[in-house]
Design a binder for this molecule. Structure first.
Ligand code: KG4
Ligand code: ZN
Length: 447
């Protein structure tokens, strides 16, 4: 009997595999090790270790991320984080120093990453090859200088350990983040201190197709139609700013720190609670509304002026636009002589309402048109409580399953990169080579 290549692949695929995953597309250096198990009926996984070194504190001082600064931080942090990740996964074995094979090739590979090269030449001869079967690494989209650090690091490891690399699309990673159940990784930390992750075994649930993903992050706002895992068709996208970018820019206008999304959300929530509190205290909605009007009048704003547009709400396509909304906030702020905390909170609330309204309204139309069985929201803005609550209220649960990532896995992480990498690995028609020196960072990589 002769077997086809894909039959061979299925027969000889390891049933249990360990994937080291690396994410450096923006301002988080993230590494994890997942053990993924496949039986004929089910796939399940354990997170053996998971670490993130966040650069948020650094970038906060400058109000945003500078690519070269991000790159420097990744280069500084990635090797120590890698050692910590191996150690926590119980895969770090120190031996007597061995001569590094391929050290000439390594020098060539890391000629632009001298800090990394120094770490490799000094530390790797002492580290025994661990039981890791493949390395999944983000190759784009993102900041190219930052992406290169992860890619070069992965290629150098692949060279030394002679194991394959699986290049992963960061946005695909976000989609796969929703497959991680709610219980996992509550203990994930965003500092270099880290903590032990939840190492229980979790089943990877399959999903029903057609599925639709709303990807909302600092760089993306897209509606992706999926007929199957790894089969993507973009049906809508932002024509200018991404939703997360608009959150960040509006936050900066209001004098709030980077990243702006969580800050705007916190203020908006405060504004809503204040209104509810007034209703409770004064005994009626009409009183609360008139109180709000009084407040605006007090601050020399015309009543009703905090009323932002809902760009492209009624267009027939599935595209979005957020730059007009951002500019509307700018003009509004210019008119206000005393931008106090109460008014800031009101602007945050109205901005969040406007953003959520357009995202939800367009998406609901797409869900109806394409008879969507599973709807996924992913990317940093998926952490927004208002967005989640509104979708939970508006989606018909009998027709469509709604999947959000846990809060911890909404923003950038490497667990999602390992899962997306695993599915890529399963799907690959021929085995992944080590791809040394062949993977290129692609800042604008599309799904
Ligand atoms: O996915 P992510 O961590 O990085 C990118 O791939 O861009 O997304 C970061 C974005 C930032 O713009 C941040 O402001 C936004 O996600 N974000 C939020 C919230 N948490 C993070 N936006 C709105 N509400 C939030 N709670
Ligand atoms: Zn992201």
């Amino acid at each position: 009997m002769t077997l086809t290549m894909s039959e061979v692949r299925i027969l000889y695929r390891p049933q249990i595999m360990k994937i080291l995953s690396i994410e450096t597309s923006c301002d988080e250096t993230a590494l994890s090790v997942l053990e993924i198990k496949e039986t004929t009926r089910q796939k399940s996984f354990k997170i053996l270790s998971n670490n993130i070194a966040s650069q948020i504190e650094l970038h906060r001082q400058y109000g945003g991320v500078f690519p070269m600064m991000a790159k420097r931080e990744h280069s500084k942090n990635i090797f120590p984080l890698f050692i910590k990740t191996l150690k926590e996964a119980k895969l770090l074995k120190i031996s007597k120093p061995q001569i590094l094979k391929n050290s000439k090739k390594l020098e060539k590979l890391l000629e632009r990453e001298l800090e990394l090269l120094e770490y490799f030449l000094k530390e790797m001869p002492k580290i025994k090859k661990p039981e890791i079967d493949a390395i999944a690494v983000t190759r784009g989209p993102g900041l190219e200088p930052a992406l290169w650090v992860g890619i070069n690091f992965a290629q150098a490891l692949s060279l030394i350990w002679n194991i394959p690399i699986i290049p992963v699309n960061h946005m695909e990673g976000h989609i796969f983040s929703v497959l991680v159940p709610d219980l996992v990784n509550k203990k994930i930390t965003r500092s270099s201190e880290g903590s032990q992750p939840d190492t229980r075994n979790f089943f990877i649930n399959s999903i029903e197709f057609p599925a639709l993903s709303l990807l909302v992050s600092g760089g993306h706002t897209e509606l992706i139609l999926m007929k199957d895992f790894l089969k993507y068709k973009k049906i809508g996208q932002t024509r200018d700013d991404a939703a997360g970018e608009a959150f960040d820019k509006v936050a900066r206008m209001l004098g709030l720190p980077y990243p702006g999304g969580p800050e705007i959300s916190r203020l908006a929530e405060k504004a809503r609670i204040d209104v509810l509190r007034s209703i409770a205290q004064r005994g009626g909605a009409s009183i609360a509304i008139s109180q709000q009007r009084d407040m605006r009048a007090e601050q020399n704003i015309n009543p009703g002026v905090i009323n932002l547009p809902r760009p492209m709400l009624n267009t027939k396509d599935f595209d979005f636009s957020f730059s007009g909304l951002k500019t509307a906030v700018l003009y509004l702020i210019k008119k206000i002589p005393d931008l106090n905390d109460k008014i800031k909170a009101e602007i945050a609330r109205e901005f969040e309402d406007a953003t959520v309204e357009v995202l939800v309204s367009k998406t609901l139309k797409a869900i109806k048109k394409y008879k969507i069985k599973t709807f996924i929201v992913a990317g940093g803005v998926a952490a927004n409580k208002r967005l989640k609550k509104t979708f939970e209220e508006k989606i018909d649960k009998k027709e469509t399953d709604l999947l959000f990532p846990t809060k911890e896995l909404s923003t950038d992480n490497s667990v999602m990169i390992a899962l997306a990498g695993y599915f890529q690995y399963l799907n690959k028609k021929r085995p992944f080579g080590s791809a040394r020196g062949k993977i290129k960072a692609q800042g604008n990589l599309e799904l």
